[in-house]
Design a protein around this ligand. Sequence first.
Ligand code: SF4
Length: 193
Amino acid sequence: MLKVSSIFYSIQGEGAHAGCANIFVRLYGCNLTCDFCDDELHKTTMEEMTFEEVYRRIKVYPAKNVIITGGEPTIYDLNPFITFLHQKGYYVSIETNGYNFSHVKKADWITYSPKDWNHVEKEGFDELKFIVDRNSPVGKLLQIESVKHIFIQPQNFMHTPNMENVRYCVELVKKYPQKFRLSLQMHKFIGVD
Ligand code: SF4
């Protein structure tokens, strides 16, 4: 059984796959309580669903890409569910704060968004993403040695962009072009979930 907060179909707005249509499966619960969290839904509502029940909900959409997000999805061992989705022909991506990579080792793509910048894992993921505002200790990101993409993403408002932070991140990318790429949360610019 999975603790599901919501299932919806939208555009991936973040990271290397921005612009692609995806089915989002948002799971309930998180190991952290970040003050900038924009995922109120994952804390308030939840439905226990079997894999088959989830499949019945997602198969109505034409996309074959599923993003499992939260909350923090790796508080659950998702490998059996990922295998199930693979058997149904889906490409499976995970959005994680890095709580437990072994719980999603069968995924096709893992986006790692560390919240403690003093402890950043070196492997187990495909892209790194950091939420940045003017007070962020960006110097710590410059120390990270990674061959993977490092995305910096402006800390936005719940449903809309924070243009001050967007401009700040654009300047950082221009200043450190070998280090950073911009992740915009495109969905907040075009007004979709
Ligand atoms: S890790 Fe993500 S989902 Fe969890 S509290 Fe922080 S921002 Fe919210």
